[in-house]
Design a protein around this ligand. Structure first.
Ligand SMILES: *Cc1c(COP(=O)(O)O)cnc(C)c1O
Length: 382
């Protein structure tokens, strides 16, 4: 089994392993299932903006999508002139907008105000659009629902229709779901858009459908939607998944460094922490554990190594009692893990390894100097 291989081969833990073959397969399957008529595929880099990965997949995607100047710079470096670079963010700043305009090919402003202030300054080098908020909510948790009440993300469709900006717009962008298993919400959202904007859609050159959808089913459906938009409105269609590309390909491998009883339960302390996978704490999502089994009596609380009482991965059922030195593997943690990781308590970040189907390659490691750099009080680094 793959996770057993990782445990055997890794020289140290904690380690983050990403399976290059899994990412290649996801991208290839998308291209095969959607074909020429499918949407142009961008990788939304924020879930794992790892430069070696970006360089490697650049030939297999139509471009990248970024959320900030720094991400855009990293993407531009990886693209090295090929593919297209898209950006949208509520956080465009006055001092950055020209540089963003030079780096990015497509800019979707987040509000009518942003558009009015800055469209002119980037129109010479980028294709300018707006992020709209279709006001159709599909998520149970407002913390990650872009269409929550009083949302800060995108121009409400109600405001756009009749705002007199359609003539100058080249494209529209929306992004409304997270970890969504089917394209039903996309169908509803497009219907809303067509209903509110109608023939105005024909004025545009492109539409960006955002990300947030899983890519493990119904890809033909996506191809059909894209074909219809191209046919009915003459639009170039872009799609920018993040988690669907990297999530299933990532593993966090940790070692047990202590085991004891507490109030009648077994607690195993790992050499990692939820600071290496903050979504556990943020959204109370217990990551899948490769070793956990449905049956068995050996329950253990897997805890992180920091001083925070709530630094807990969760309670899992294991085939055998955990022992010091055991290695455990959390699965499907390729997205939004290291990008949010921190060095709370001074614990080092996991090293990053790439699996190519045969060999594990160490691609990044951190040490005391990286920790010191963060806190050294030495200004001036660009
Ligand atoms: C985060 C984000 C994505 C990617 O979302 P995933 O859930 O990782 O697929 C795409 N577009 C925008 C605008 C985003 O904010």
């Amino acid at each position: 089994m793959l996770t057993e291989t990782f445990k055997r081969l890794l020289p140290e833990t904690p380690a983050f392993v990403y399976d290059q073959t899994a990412i290649d397969q996801i991208l290839l399957r998308f291209k095969e299932a959607t074909g020429e008529s499918g949407p142009k595929l961008l990788y939304s880099v924020k879930s794992f903006p790892f430069l070696p990965l970006l360089r490697r997949i650049a030939p297999y995607v139509d471009g990248f999508s970024a959320s900030s100047l720094f991400e855009a710079k990293l993407c531009a470096e990886a693209l090295a002139g090929r593919g297209s670079l898209h950006i949208t963010t509520p956080g465009f700043r006055p001092g950055e907008i020209e540089e963003i305009g030079r780096l990015c090919d497509f800019i979707s402003f987040n509000s009518l105000g942003q558009f009015d202030r800055w469209a002119e300054r980037v129109e010479g080098t980028a294709s300018v659009g707006l992020r709209v908020n279709p006001q159709r909510s599909f998520l149970p948790d407002p913390r990650y629902d872009p269409c929550r009440p009083y949302s800060k993300l995108g121009v409400p469709l109600d405001h756009l229709a009749g705002a007199g900006r359609m003539e100058r717009l080249q494209g529209l962008h929306f992004h409304t779901v997270f970890d969504c298993a089917g394209f039903g919400p996309l169908v509803e959202t497009l219907a809303e858009l067509e209903n509110k904007l109608g023939e105005d859609l024909k004025r545009l050159r492109w539409i960006n459908l955002g990300g947030g959808y899983r890519l493990d089913r119904e890809l033909e459906h996506m191809a059909g939607l894209s074909t219809r938009l191209q046919h009915d409105y003459g639009l170039d269609v872009y799609f920018e998944p993040g988690k669907a590309v990297t999530g299933p390909a990532g593993y966090l491998v940790a070692s047990v460094i202590d085991v004891f009883g507490s109030g009648g339960k077994t607690v195993a302390i790992l050499d990692s922490s939820i600071n290496h996978h903050p979504e556990v704490f943020e959204y109370q999502r217990s990551p899948r554990l490769a070793e956990s089994c449905g049956e068995g009596e050996e329950r253990a609380i897997l805890a992180g190594a920091t001083c925070l009482a709530g630094d807990l991965f969760g309670e899992y059922t294991l085939p055998v009692p955990p022992r010091i030195g055991d290695r455990l593997v959390f699965k499907d943690v390729g997205a939004y893990t290291l990008v949010k990781a921190n060095r709370f308590n001074g614990h080092n970040l996991p090293s990053i390894y790439r699996w190519d189907g045969k060999v594990l390659y160490l691609e990044q490691s951190y040490g005391y100097q990286d920790y010191r750099q963060q806190w050294a009080g030495e200004p001036g680094r660009q």
